[in-house]
Design a protein around this ligand. Sequence first.
Ligand SMILES: C[S@@+](CC[C@H](N)C(=O)[O-])C[C@H]1O[C@@H](n2cnc3c(N)ncnc32)[C@H](O)[C@@H]1O
Length: 297
Amino acid sequence: MNVKEWHEYSEEEILQANIEKYQRDDIVKFYADYEEPRYAYIEYEIILAAVLKALREKLGRPVRAVDMCGGAGKAAFVIKSIQPDSEVTLVDLSDKMLEIARQRAAKLGLKDLNIVAADAFSFLQQDVEFDLFVYSSALHHFKDPVNLLRLSADRMSPKGLITVIAEPSSLIGSRRFRFFRFLAASSDYKVRAIKECFQQKFKGKPAGEEIDIAEYHYTGIDDHQLCRDLVSVGLHPLMHLRYPTGGELKTIKIMPYLGLCWAFGTILCLSPDDYRANVEPMKQYIKKQLPFRIRFY
Ligand SMILES: C[S@@+](CC[C@H](N)C(=O)[O-])C[C@H]1O[C@@H](n2cnc3c(N)ncnc32)[C@H](O)[C@@H]1O
């Protein structure tokens, strides 16, 4: 079989893989069933509250926000709950994922959530403007996240902010991370991992038939390099943080003490001077509110 190298896949092929993956019933069911309270996604409420407060003060009017690649709308719903008068748009390529959001909105009686079925690049070609772009667990689905964020900045109001949240850092590719994840994992996962190890299927990248190019940065993103690259295209990280996410609370509380703050979040702006006075209070707020240790960079 002629298997391509990972880097040979084009943005179009990755997009196609995402279209197929996020229409699959098992994946959609996972998001539909996800029992949020069991898991520690509290960072959404805290980080977005800090961001929305700063934006609202700066703009003096309701915030126009977009949850890009928002799937079932996790970030979109959090924004609406923090600032109900904000104008929120949810964009995703999978109508099945958006359907979960539609049902949730109906349940909550939320009538003004704007739901758009589109891929991110097509959406960004439209004549739109937002004050807040949120990319939640989304950048790793793109070959070139810098380009995606640069194009988003072109659609952002001058004092707008981009919030990247719950993105895997390259730490998830480390032995230490895999070891502790293995220890904490379910028995099904352990059996699979041991089989894979013995069959030596993973040698730096999955063997051909295992490739899931939808998860293009499957070993995580080098977040510090990403920040440097973003500065070179005129996007400035106001705040960069690493933290554990997405596990059960008792597990993730331990992770930072093992040096495993594997997820990262970044708040980006066009001109740092606009927000210089906000950075320290935002950091203090986030640090105080989060129930686990985080690291700022
Ligand atoms: C890991 S899920 C995250 C969903 C949501 N943001 C969250 O945090 O729960 C990734 C989402 O990105 C969407 N997606 C992937 N590539 C996309 C693209 N090129 N344009 C729009 N959405 C995309 C998928 O359909 C999927 O819903």
